[in-house]
Design a protein around this ligand. Structure first.
Ligand code: GRE
Ligand code: ZN
Length: 326
């Protein structure tokens, strides 16, 4: 069974010494496992390919690690994104069966970001873009970012919305007051990253993004970032809003028409069931969240999912083949 993994990360030297410096340094303090992860991130060559072959993974669609260039000033973001995209394109040329690319975009300069997306899709053969959450506290429902969304829709490529740390004001209000490591965990990969991403999607829905760009497809990881769990409740609440505030469609429709989902290391059977019953197997796709997740563990989770063979094949590869053209 062909397996295509969609939330798979790498770093570049310019990212590690620039916009990724603080994040990588705080990760480096995370003990002995961290050094291995940092080394794995830097390799998009033969060692990664060998690990994929050993685990039975056919393709990784690669994206620059969080926090990407979204918190950098636009000039630096433009340069680091372009460099990362060129390095990724070279890796894809060298390993065309194993690797495909999601573009990094200088979202703080939306016209440039739209041009870079077009360059990546048309000239480098990338399959979409990866955006790491908010851009210095501003979210994609802000009309400022419309050129990026318009271009993605016109090119027919999805945007993978990857988590990032909440903006500083939210960090302070909601996540402060613990041991720094506990704050990182609860504001980050343990909880806040996911809630932040779910709220970003809710902003896009309530802000009318998918009404303005009805064909736009956004991919989120982590079995839907808690949205499927909350959907019956928020859909009922939103339906009672007065007409000018009420979304054009029932909220669940956006989840089934404008979003796709990946595992992202949430190899949890109960969470999968909620996602499956909310959106169906046609919108769920395999991913590892490498190197944070284990290729072998994700592959084993996929094999054991209580779904039909046809659904398993859809999740493993055919949904991604349709969405990305890989
Ligand atoms: C990620 O998915 O990008 C990630 C990190 C750091 C820790 C955990 C994690 O960048 O899933
Ligand atoms: Zn990730």
């Amino acid at each position: 069974m062909r397996t295509i993994a969609l939330e798979e990360h790498f770093t570049t030297p310019a990212f590690v010494s620039g916009p990724g410096k603080a994040f990588i340094e705080s990760m480096a303090k995370g003990g002995p496992g961290a050094a291995k992860i940092i080394a794995q991130l830097a390799d998009i060559s033969d060692a990664r390919v060998a690990e994929m072959d050993a685990a039975g993974l056919d393709m990784q669609v690669l994206s620059l690690n969080a926090p990407g260039v979204e918190q950098a000033d636009p000039e630096e973001a433009i340069a680091v994104a372009r460099d990362a995209n060129d390095l990724l394109a070279a890796a894809v040329r060298k390993h065309p069966k194993h690797f495909a690319g999601f573009a990094s975009l200088p979202v703080g300069a939306p016209d440039q970001a739209a041009l870079e997306l077009e360059r990546c899709a048309r000239q480098l053969g990338f399959k979409g873009a990866n955006i790491n959450g908010h851009n210095r506290g501003r979210y994609l429902d802000d009309p400022f970012y419309a050129p990026i969304l318009e271009r993605a829709e016109a090119l027919g490529v999805p945007i993978y919305l990857h988590p990032t740390m909440p903006p500083p004001a939210v960090m302070q209000a909601s996540y402060g007051g613990f041991h720094p490591a506990a704050t990182f965990m609860i504001a980050g990969p343990g909880w806040g990253w996911h809630i932040e991403t779910a709220m970003h999607i809710m902003r896009m829905i309530l802000g009318g993004v998918f009404d303005r760009f009805p064909k736009l497809q956004v991919v989120i990881g982590h079995m839907g970032e808690a949205l499927p769990f909350m959907m019956p409740r928020i859909e009922a609440q939103a339906a009672m809003l007065p007409p000018p505030a009420r979304p054009k469609r029932p909220l669940g429709d956006y989840l089934r028409q404008n979003l796709h989902y990946t595992f992202g290391g949430f190899n949890y059977a109960s969470t999968f069931q909620v996602l499956l019953s909310t959106v169906g197997a046609g919108r769920i796709m395999f991913s590892v969240d490498y190197p944070y997740g284990s290729m072998a563990a994700a592959r084993e989770f996929l094999e054991k999912l209580p779904v039909s063979d046809a659904e398993r094949a859809a999740i493993a590869h055919s949904n991604a083949e349709k969405l990305l053209g890989v």
